[in-house]
Design a protein. Structure first.
Length: 358
């Protein structure tokens, strides 16, 4: 009884173990083929005359597959294989990278890049160890009774790119003129205002550039500019204009100590030329004409007596109308003259080249 019960169990186990061996020995199914677009292919000389394709491999008794030399040298391509190379880059010839998806309407378009970017230097016109010349025209601003107009020339040597030492010279003689305000006040109110005229002025200055930059004009032109301050000391030659007693009084030019404070702006056209504007504040001690005329009138008969000291044999009588000591009311009046200068700035040498740090 026990043996008859064990026989079915052994048969069932043997059947289960035999299933994997049959699956391993089964022939592999060929991959699906794609229809050939060429309906008339060129006949293969190695093809089977019966019209059947020879098997690519043979099966040995052990259940494994054997492949010929032709099969190993010309393997069939796998349609599901990845088309990228081992480095991960796409080897497709499609420049858009879309692989033909969606057609030409949705593919990326290559347009020319036409934007222009201009590179601007940090400091356009360097001044270090260069000479600067400034021819200018000068105009007084705060004297309503007389206008002081002059032509000047400034020369600077730049010790560094921001510090310079130089000289400034202005010529005024022959260009001073009394204004209409002075003429109308004297005629309408019978009043005169002491006025003075300049001959020339010169000063030694130190210049410093604290600010410089650039700006864009009309969205096209780039201009470089710098703002500078200057201070110095020098001299000015002035004299009073005889308006109280012009028949007798004659004044000569005299030297006065001059202090100068300046604020200027330069705008460069290129690396060596530009325009300049300056605002000067000249402070000095001025001599003013006396508005009183002495009662004693003793004319001088000789030409030499007009320049002689009072009390001398040929000189004028002291405290008389002809005495020059009575012509001046105040000899040391503090005067503040504000002037505007406009001109050109030229840097020499013009062809200097600097190599800036990147």
């Amino acid at each position: 009884m026990r043996v008859s019960r064990l026989v079915p169990v052994f048969l069932a186990v043997a059947g289960v173990c035999g299933v994997p061996s049959e699956a391993v020995a089964r022939r592999r199914r060929p991959p699906p083929t794609t229809p050939d677009p060429n309906p008339n292919p060129t006949p293969d000389p190695n093809a089977n005359p019966n019209g059947t394709t020879p098997p690519t491999g043979t099966e040995d008794p052990n259940g494994s597959m054997n492949f010929s030399t032709t099969d190993t040298q010309n393997p069939q391509p796998d349609p599901n294989a990845n088309t990228q190379n081992p480095t991960g880059t796409n080897t497709s010839t499609d420049p858009s990278g879309l692989g033909g998806i969606g057609g030409e309407d949705v593919r990326a378009r290559r347009l020319p890049f036409t934007e222009t970017i201009a590179s601007i230097q940090q400091i356009y016109a360097l001044r270090n160890r260069r000479f600067e010349l400034q021819p200018t025209a000068n105009f007084s601003l705060n004297d309503p009774y007389v206008s002081h107009t002059g032509f000047g020339l400034a020369a600077n040597f730049w010790i560094t790119n921001v510090l310079a030492v130089g000289l400034n010279f202005i010529w005024f003689q022959g260009l001073n003129s009394r204004s209409d305000v002075d003429f109308r006040v004297a005629r309408s109110a019978n009043l005169v205002v002491p006025v003075n005229e300049y001959q020339m002025a010169a000063a030694a200055n130190f210049s410093y550039v604290p600010v410089y930059g650039k700006f864009l004009m009309f969205n096209r032109f780039i201009f470089h500019w710098d703002l500078y301050v200057a201070a110095g000391v020098g001299f000015i030659r002035t004299r009073p204009i005889p308006v109280v007693d012009p028949e007798v009084r004659v004044f000569n030019y005299d030297f006065r100590i001059l202090f100068n404070a300046t604020v200027g702006l330069r705008v460069f056209f290129n690396r060596w030329i530009g325009i300049v504007g300056e605002l000067h504040n000249y402070i000095y001690l001025e001599a003013l004409e006396n508005r009183q005329i002495a009662d004693l009138d003793r004319p001088v008969t000789t030409q030499s007596g007009m320049t002689a000291a009072c009390g001398s044999p040929n000189g004028p009588v002291c405290n008389s109308r002809q005495d020059p000591n009575t012509w001046i009311r105040e000899r040391n009046a503090i005067t503040d003259n504000v002037m505007l200068s406009v001109g050109l700035t030229v840097f020499l040498p013009v062809g200097v080249h600097y190599r800036l740090q990147k």
